[in-house]
Structure formats: C-alpha cells, structure tokens
Design a protein around this ligand. Structure first.
Ligand code: AMP
Length: 594
C-alpha cells in the first residue's frame, strides 16, 4: 500500500470519535494490507517503528523537525515559525506549506519505503546524528504529498495520538477475520503473552485464527504482568482459594527478567518498558545466579540498607529509579531481587502450569546461599497454609518487618498474563480510613488556581478511573490540597508534557468539573482517601436519563467520589489503563467499613 493511502485512512480515523466506527475503519485498512507490510503499518499507527516495549525513539525535537521542514521546502525559518504560531499545530503547518510547494522529487512512496527511512532516522545516534536525521526527514518531505507530510511529522514528534487503544486494534483484528468481535477474547489472550500488536496482527493476517495457538512466551518480548485481587482477612483468603502459598508483599519495583546465556539480562518494568540500564546490580546478579540457557522470571527488587542490614521502605528504594549517576547510587542502595515467578525456561512454557510446579522449577533455577548481605537474587519466602490465624500472623510479622503486607497464591493456579485474578490475593495494611487500599487514578487536567499557588500555575487537578468495559475514563475527584510545593511543581511539569488543546475524547467529565488545561491520559497517581461517597458531579458510575421535558439529560444514579483525597505518589510504572477500574472501585465501595 502507498503511504498516501494510509494517510487518508489516518485522517478518517482522526475525524471519527465513535469507537465502533474506528474499529471498522481499522479492519477495512487491515484487510487491504499485505502480510509483509502489516506489522510495519501497525507500528506506524502507534507513532513508532518498533513495538512499544522496544526503546527505539526518533530522537528529534521540534526544533530539529522545523529545521528539516525549512530545508526541504526552501523556506525562511522565521516565516515558517510565524505561520506555525498562527496555525498552532506543526503537522498542519507543514501540510499548509507543502500545498504551495511542488518538487520534481515527488513520489508516491509505499508504506515500506517510508518505514525503512524512518528506521534509518531512528537508528542515527551520536555526533552528527541530528544532521543526518534532518536530512532523512527533508528528503522524505520533498517526496511526500501534503497530507502524508502532516502525519509523517506527527509520527516523528510522537504526537500522532489517534485516540484508539491497543484493545481497539485487537477488536479490529477480529473484524478483519470474522466481520464481528467474536475472536477478540482469544486474540487478547495471545496479546497478553506477546504484547506486540504488529507481530500478532501479522500472524493473524498470514495464518488466520489458527496462528493463535502457536503464540508462546519468547525471551526479550515482555509478557503482560499478572495482578492480584484484594481481600481483607485471612479467613476470606482461605474461603476463596483454600490452601495457598503465602509470600511477603515486597514494596519495591516489579521486574520481569529475560535472560539468554551469553547475553546481558533485560529487565522490564510493569508497563513493559526496558529498564535494564537502571539496575546494573540486578543484571549482574542474574548472570551470576541463574541456572538456565534461557529463562523468563518475575520478582520484586527492593533497596537494602547495608549498615542496618534490612530492606528499605519504598520511598528510599525509589531513589534507584534514575537516569544519571546510576553506578554511585547502586553502591549506596544496592537492590535485592526476590523472585516469585517462573514463566518460561529452556523451551518450556510454564504459564499454564500450576503455581506449585512453577515454584519448584523456579527454586531449581536459582543458585543462592541466601546471604542477604552478599547475594542479589533470592527466591521469595513462602509458607503453605490453609489456616486463617496463621495467615494473619504472617501478615502481622510482614508489617512489623516494614513490608507492605502479603500475597496469597492459589497452589494450582495458572499464571494469567495481564489479568487481575483471584489466583493471587493481596492483603495490605489498612489505614485509618474506611477504604482498605489506595486508588490509582489518571490525571485528566488541572486548574490554574488562586492565591499562593498561582505561583506554580496549578491549584487543583482532576482525576478519574478507567472504565475498561467501555474504554472510557470517568472522574472521581478534584484535588486542591495536600500536596507539598515540590509535588505541585512536579505535577505541573508532568501535566504540561502531555497537554492537549481540547478535552480528550475518552474523558467523560461533567460541565462543573471541567478544567483550564486538559492532559492526555498518561499520568497515573496513587491516591489515598478517607471514604468513597456518591456525587452527582462525578461521572464514574453515574448514569443519566432523559429529563421530563425530554430536551435534556439529568442524573439518574449519582457517580462515585472520594472524600479527603490526597496524593501518595506518582506511579510511573503504571499506564493509564492499569489505573483502578470502575468495577474495582465499585467493589471497594461495597467493602467499605461501616
Ligand atoms: P497489584 O499489582 O496492584 O495487583 O499488586 C501486586 C503487586 O505486588 C505486584 O505488582 C508486585 O509488584 C508486588 N509484589 C510484591 N511482592 C510480591 C509477591 N511475593 N508476589 C507477587 N507480587 C508481589
């Protein structure tokens, strides 16, 4: 397919807000793609040239993109920037100038040709690379038509934002094959094991539904991580899953480790980002302590206090999450890695094996003397029991040691990639509030605010939840107090990075809760509150009905809201669709004490 044809599809998608219509458009596009161009097109639609978990970036800022444009179109930079100021969007500005420019180099390039140049552009690194990147961009721009140029620039700047999620693409795969969404559950299951939209799509395009049965874990493609359900006592745990393995809930970073003998291990965070460079001590520990040719394991890395010989609280462990002075910090706060899962080893897929079997094999795959001061990699502690009192005692001991709580694991439970499921149950410290747990919210935007904080340019921020059933976000609180000056500044900085000039289509917000500045769904914050209440101005769980006159809508059931919400921390490790879901909030509301 020609890139110009893809651009026409992208424009149609951009102009569509209904999720179903976008799904149909995508399915129509996918049907027209050949196997060879399938994955490449998918990555381009995601604004990339590789799957999301591969850290390939284009590495071009706005300044250099503008340089490429003015070189390509022989424009005066100042003149271009004046127009850009008026139009307000770089992609549209480039399109505007392209319309007035014709070149003997113009060519109807194929998707694969554009893709190849973009890969070259992304690969250029080091001295002189900006110059080479600018040249590749300029060359492409001279060849492409105006609409294609609009999207090329947006892809390179990482601002394509077509407003559909990976889940919509999975739906579209089902529509591509079946003309309905019946295949989506099966496709989604495969995607959780291999979250590479391009790969899954290409397999489906080539082999159809049959291709799904051959999708297994692969070293260096991270697997979507399993999550735990919550319960509030040992008795509830025993009632739900019977005898289980009780493990401490370590409060550090979850890491999935992929290792192939002879190569350095790669570490992935919860949101599947590769973070190996941050934790050289864990990479080294894996090399020393793993007994396997190939393996995928998961665990929690937690800071260690050398002087006091104990594990550190999260607030200190988090200092290891940094881009600079990594080695020095690693000496000061070494990490200890507690492994609790084996997902793959030497050609065998363990995902669907019972937990007890995975654990046994895991213990055999790690060489450790269990010397906390000297080793780095350990197998997580476990106690097998079906006695509620014993569970409560282990829980109390864990808290006394400064840990977060415990996780109970069903002995015959499989590993469920990407799912929050009752094969794992967490029991966490309860706070003075009526709610047992914190809530992970997505930041929708902020108000400028009055008084003292006008200095920071932010006075309150609006947060909400993910409604996974409908692929929408709904609000639960506007927070205007409880942050330190430092946190306000930090929040403002993060928000401005993801600013949107209009309300993102996935947000459902009541008129009274609208904000001065909208932020695309990107920032996840952990919020503590005293109580979940009901409110007509928040949209989470709210339903509307036609008013008596029939000319408008009024609130039928009130939404959920938070009482005394406060920021606990930024959750960089979570993506917006990992935020607490509406269903989970409903469960928390029902479980609320009193
Ligand atoms: P959640 O992700 O909210 O379901 O909470 C479970 C989290 O606890 C996991 O993501 C891990 O980061 C963390 N964790 C700490 N210790 C363990 C353990 N022994 N087993 C599983 N998860 C653990």
């Amino acid at each position: 397919m020609k890139f110009s044809k893809l651009a026409v599809f992208i424009e149609k998608i951009e102009q569509t807000s209904s999720r179903l219509s976008i799904t149909h458009l995508l399915a129509e596009l996918f049907q027209k793609l050949s196997t060879g161009e399938f994955d490449k097109t998918i990555y381009l639609l995601q604004g990339r040239v590789t799957p999301l978990f591969e850290p390939t970036e284009f590495g071009m800022g706005e300044k250099n993109v503008i340089r490429g444009v003015v070189v390509a179109l022989h424009l005066e930079r100042k003149f271009f920037e004046q127009e850009y100021k008026k139009i307000g969007d770089l992609g549209l500005t480039v399109e505007h100038f392209k319309k007035q420019f014709s070149s003997f180099e113009e060519k109807d390039l194929s998707i694969q040709e554009v893709y190849k140049d973009l890969v070259d552009l992304a690969k250029k690194q080091g001295t002189g690379s900006q110059e080479s990147k600018t040249n590749i961009l300029a060359h492409l721009l001279r060849q492409l038509d105006p609409l294609s140029s609009r999207y090329l620039v947006r892809i390179i700047l990482g601002v394509l934002r077509l407003g559909f999620s990976d889940m919509t693409v999975l739906d579209a795969y089902s529509w591509m094959l079946k003309k309905d969404k019946s295949l989506r559950p099966l496709i989604e299951k495969a995607y959780h094991v291999r979250p590479d939209l391009g790969f899954i799509g290409a397999v489906l395009r080539e082999k159809g539904e049959k291709g799904l049965s051959n999708i297994h874990p692969t070293v260096f493609t991270p697997i979507l991580m399993m999550r735990a359900e919550r319960l509030s006592s040992g008795a509830e745990i025993v009632e739900k899953i019977g005898a289980s393995a009780i493990e401490p809930k370590y409060d550090g970073f979850r890491l999935q480790v992929h290792y192939k003998k002879g190569e350095p291990a790669r570490l992935y965070s919860r949101n599947l980002e590769e973070v190996s460079f941050m934790y050289p001590d864990v990479v080294e520990g894996i090399k020393k302590n793993i007994k396997a040719r190939e393996i995928i394991i998961e665990g929690e890395a937690i800071g260690y206090d050398i002087k006091r010989d104990r594990l550190l609280p999260f607030q200190q462990t988090v200092q290891r999450k940094r881009k600079y002075e990594i080695e020095a910090k690693a000496k000061e706060i070494p990490l200890k890695f507690f492994v609790f899962e084996l997902l793959y080893k030497d050609g065998s897929d363990y995902i669907n094996k019972p937990f007890s079997e995975r654990r046994k094999k895991l213990a055999k795959s790690i060489r450790t003397k269990n010397d906390i001061a000297k080793d780095t990699v350990f197998v997580a502690n476990e106690t097998i029991t079906d006695n509620p009192q014993e569970i409560e005692k282990i829980f109390a001991d864990a808290l006394a040691e400064g840990l977060e709580g415990i996780i109970a694991k069903r002995l015959d439970g499989v590993y469920q990639p990407g799912a929050r499921a009752s094969n794992w149950i967490k029991l966490k410290k309860s706070y003075s509030s009526k709610i047992e747990d914190t809530i992970d919210c997505v930041v929708f935007g902020y108000d400028f605010g009055k008084g003292k904080r006008t200095g920071f340019g932010i006075g309150a921020f609006l947060v909400g939840l993910f409604d996974d059933k409908r692929d929408k976000y709904a609000t639960i609180a506007k927070i205007g107090t409880g942050l330190t000056d430092e946190e306000w500044r930090e929040l403002r900085k993060r928000c401005d990075k993801f600013k949107s000039n209009k309300k993102p289509t996935a947000y459902e917000v009541d008129k009274q809760m609208e904000v001065d500045v909208w932020v695309n769904p990107s920032i996840v914050v952990e919020i503590q509150a005293d109580e979940i209440t009901r409110s007509s101005v928040h949209t989470a769980g709210r339903t509307l009905k036609a008013s008596k006159s029939g000319s408008a809508f009024e609130v039928d059931t009130s939404g959920y809201a938070l009482r005394f919400p406060r920021l606990v921390r930024f959750r960089e490790d979570k993506k917006p669709n990992d935020a607490t879901t509406l269903q989970e909030l409903k469960n928390m509301f029902q479980a609320q004490k009193g």
